[in-house]
Design a binder for this molecule. Sequence first.
Ligand SMILES: NC(=O)c1ccc[n+]([C@@H]2O[C@H](COP(=O)([O-])OP(=O)(O)OC[C@H]3O[C@@H](n4cnc5c(N)ncnc54)[C@H](OP(=O)(O)O)[C@@H]3O)[C@@H](O)[C@H]2O)c1
Length: 259
Amino acid sequence: MKIAIIGGGNLGCSIASGLAASGFVDAKDICITRRNLQVIKHLGEKGFCISNDNNKAIEDASVVILAVKPFQAKDVLEQMKFTPGQILISTVTGVWLKDLIAWAGEGVEVFRAMPNTAIAVRKSVTCIAHEKVKPESAEIVSRLFEQLGSPVVIDEKLMDAATVVGACGIAYVMRFIRACTQGGIQIGFSAQQASLIVEHTVNGAAALLIENGSHPEQEIDKVTTPRGCTIAGLNEMEHYGFSSAVIKGLTASYDKILE
Ligand SMILES: NC(=O)c1ccc[n+]([C@@H]2O[C@H](COP(=O)([O-])OP(=O)(O)OC[C@H]3O[C@@H](n4cnc5c(N)ncnc54)[C@H](OP(=O)(O)O)[C@@H]3O)[C@@H](O)[C@H]2O)c1
């Protein structure tokens, strides 16, 4: 399989590195494009194909990943000559399937994908939306994102919500981790030890839910001894509006996207 990545910026390069690291496809079979080639020269030295010619890059690619800024998507796609049957995966925020289909032309199998920055370490949840594509194309796209974390197929109308929960979600969780680290320092740990403990605690908490398939409250019940320290801390957080602040934050991000 040959893959072309149009837009070798933060996301495009993370996808390229992740796919090559997974062994899903050889670096030489991934062509990354951008106008300023100097910036991705190091990827060329690692064996990737690099180019500033989008049409040449997609010539023999079965999968084309679009990772340019939203305002660039229309011009870039309209200048590209796709072959019917090629798979186009757009990671571009806020650009709808109907527009992508119109700009890419007839016969292209079009998908939207919303990953998050954890794609750099192959642990991104990636929300995928598509309409009227061949099942074998959907299977290829799903397998591709399995190399980079966990794909989830959603209805396209939930793409903005996916941006908030999945992509902005990284920032919310980071802020929680930072706050826990600050608290840990105040009660005696060095910054380094506090970070290490908090990072692994968050990782472990997520693994409990993912691997056990349990509900957060079930896991909370297991650690809240009556009159104990956990419930005292948890209730204090709630008195200060913890859950409410998180929900209000998510909806504020969502309202901003819809503006
Ligand atoms: N970063 C994330 O975590 C994330 C998550 C989900 C979705 N997204 C979406 O992914 C897209 C890319 O985000 P990003 O953070 O990677 O942005 P970025 O770092 O700015 O990358 C965009 C790249 O597109 C290149 N580009 C612009 N015009 C081009 C053209 N005509 N042909 C080829 N390449 C061209 C730019 O390089 P030159 O200027 O050198 O051409 C730049 O490297 C955005 O639409 C964003 O909404 C990002």
